[in-house]
Design a protein around this ligand. Structure first.
Ligand code: AP5
Ligand code: ZN
Length: 217
């Protein structure tokens, strides 16, 4: 299915987990600006050094930096078969930038899936999250524990906790989401592209729901 979609939703709603599963099932690239920033930070690139100042504080990286990074990603040919954007756009300015870039490429967005969740669920999900620094797999200490505690099932790497997953930074990220990203719900509702997906359900139930929504589109 050549779908071009955006995953919108608060931090910890499950965007990354769903996007990874669906990208695999649909055989399209998963483009996560959060993952891209973490890659740059890990490799100490110029962009990573700049981005770290913001990500560590739970603040958004400036639009021009983020838009530039996304534009570069869209130079790669794999996006022609569809893609899942996860965590981008995140401000009205990014949404406008994306729209004009995709219009130029003649690849308009087909659907925006808004994964909803509540603050208490989000906080529990984020504080319990562990990720694999090698393959990017996402675990949760209670919901999706690895077979051996703290070890990735796929490659044996020791799992890590994201630096911005402390309770204090999560509160900041939620505040930033409400102020900067929440307005995009109204924006994409107006364009007729937005579909709400209840994120407070089991992972597979949500995946199947999304697949059904895509079939009906
Ligand atoms: P980013 O990495 O995008 O973080 P986020 O939006 O805060 O989202 P998360 O990755 O925290 O959550 P998620 O919704 O993907 O949840 P997940 O699937 O992991 O961004 C990080 C930072 O980078 C930003 O703060 C900013 O500084 C910068 N940045 C990124 N994009 C930017 C942009 N466009 N502009 C400017 N700056 C940008 O799930 C969470 C946990 O819950 C996991 O443990 C998972 O196992 C568990 N879980 C998931 N689904 C379920 C379920 N259905 N049931 C039970 N548990 C579940
Ligand atoms: Zn791994």
């Amino acid at each position: 299915m050549k779908t071009r979609m955006i995953f919108l939703g608060p931090p910890g709603a499950g965007k990354g987990s769903q996007a990874k599963i669906l990208a695999n099932k649909l055989n399209i690239p998963h483009i996560s600006t959060g993952d891209m920033f973490r890659y740059h930070i890990k490799n100490n690139t110029k962009l990573g050094i700049e981005a770290k100042k913001y990500t560590d504080q739970g603040q958004l990286v400036p639009d021009e930096v983020t838009n530039g990074m996304v534009k570069e990603r869209f130079n790669e040919s794999d996006v022609k078969d569809g893609f899942i954007l996860d965590g981008y756009p995140r401000t009205p300015e990014q949404a406008l930038y994306l729209e004009s870039m995709l219009n130029e490429l003649k690849m308009p967005i087909d659907i925006v899936l808004n994964i909803t969740s509540e603050d208490e669920v989000i906080i529990r999900r984020i504080t319990g999250r562990r990720t694999c620094p090698v393959c990017g797999s996402i675990y949760h200490i209670d919901n999706f524990p690895p077979k051996v505690p703290n070890i990735c099932d796929k490659d044996g790497a020791t799992l890590v906790q994201r630096k911005d997953d402390s309770k204090e930074t999560i509160m900041k990220r939620l505040e930033v989401y409400n102020k900067e990203t929440y307005p995009l719900i109204a924006y994409y509702t107006q364009t007729g592209l937005l579909v709400d997906v209840d994120g407070n359900r089991d992972l597979e139930v949500i995946t199947n729901d999304v697949l059904e929504i895509l079939e009906q589109k």
